[in-house]
Design a protein around this ligand. Structure first.
Ligand SMILES: Nc1ncnc2c1ncn2[C@@H]1O[C@H](COP(=O)(O)OP(=O)(O)OP(=O)(O)O)[C@@H](O)[C@H]1O
Length: 276
């Protein structure tokens, strides 16, 4: 009889070319904390993938590994058929963008300047410091500011003058600036009310669909995950305990992720054996 974990294994469409592959990823921090263990998954282009799990289950570490903010202890991360390593990372950095929980805006700077900071992978540090951005980037900044639903009048306002929801729109505009192929969103709605949270997740989803970008988004809200995700990856203590379509994330899967009494996961068990 298959175990609960095995019955939940998820095989994405094998005819599609994988966009992102996690191959037996392990991350142990220098203080000994193991954040990720044996994480294996294949993400197809254009998927909206939500990462769920308790606090400390490894969600942020997984996202940060993709843009090189966290190095791996072992395993491989393959993006568009290329293994990520320090030299390939530089060339792919402009293709990956991040949306942050606390927006990460320069509060005293204008909305437009904050959005242009998203060009950091393309513009030299000094040009960015002096605000010397080429015309095509300024034009693109105006386009993405409009795309996220901010009126032109907001462009010159200080970021600190905006509401939380508006600030996250600026964070999304900054992420969209260079047309990223992958959007990493680390708890993007954690500090927003439910109605604004839905607006923000809808915006990320439709903007990503428009440019066929893949989204990996960590969330704590199970209802929002069910509503917005194509696919849910559930982490518990750094291991994948659920990987499948959002529609399959049922009460049993929820218990596997969050219940205190759920049996511990054997370290010899492969969480998603059929998932290459
Ligand atoms: N810089 C670090 N140094 C040492 N340990 C860390 C570091 N960052 C994270 N950890 C540990 O790694 C584990 C996973 O942390 P991570 O932040 O990835 O989890 P998370 O699921 O994103 O949590 P949260 O939902 O609270 O943001 C935790 O045990 C955490 O304490």
């Amino acid at each position: 009889m298959p175990t609960a974990l095995q019955s939940r294994s998820y095989s994405p469409n094998p005819t599609e070319i994988p966009h992102l592959v996690f191959d037996s990823i392990r991350k142990q921090y220098s203080d000994g904390a193991i954040a990720l263990e044996g994480v294996t998954a294949t993400i197809n282009r254009g998927e909206f993938c939500v990462i769920l799990g308790q606090s400390g289950s490894g969600k942020s570490t997984l996202l940060r590994a993709i843009n090189g903010l966290t190095d791996l202890s072992s395993g491989e991360l393959i993006f568009d058929n290329k293994t990520l390593n320090p030299s390939s990372l530089r060339s792919i950095r402009r293709r990956v963008a991040m949306v942050h929980q606390h927006f990460n805006l320069v509060e005293r700077a204008s909305v437009a300047t904050n959005v242009l900071i998203g060009a950091v992978a393309e513009v030299s540090f000094w040009r960015a410091m002096l605000g010397w951005y080429p015309a095509h980037l300024r034009k693109r900044a105006c386009q993405v500011i409009a795309r996220v639903g901010l009126d032109e009048v907001h462009s010159k306002r200080r970021a600190s003058a905006l509401s939380g929801g508006q600030q996250q729109r600026v964070g999304i505009a900054r992420a969209l600036l260079l047309n990223p192929e992958i959007i990493l969103a680390d708890e993007p709605v954690a500090s927003l009310d439910p109605a604004i949270s839905r607006e923000i997740l809808s915006l990320i989803r439709t903007a990503a669909q428009e440019q066929n970008a893949t989204v990996l988004c960590s969330l704590h809200q199970i209802d929002l995950a069910r509503e917005y995700a194509d696919r849910i990856i559930g982490l518990r203590k750094g291991r994948i305990v659920f990987d499948g379509p959002a529609a399959n994330f049922d009460a049993e899967a929820e218990a596997a992720l969050y219940s205190k009494n759920h049996p511990p996961i054997s370290t010899n068990e492969t969480a998603n054996p059929e998932h290459v």
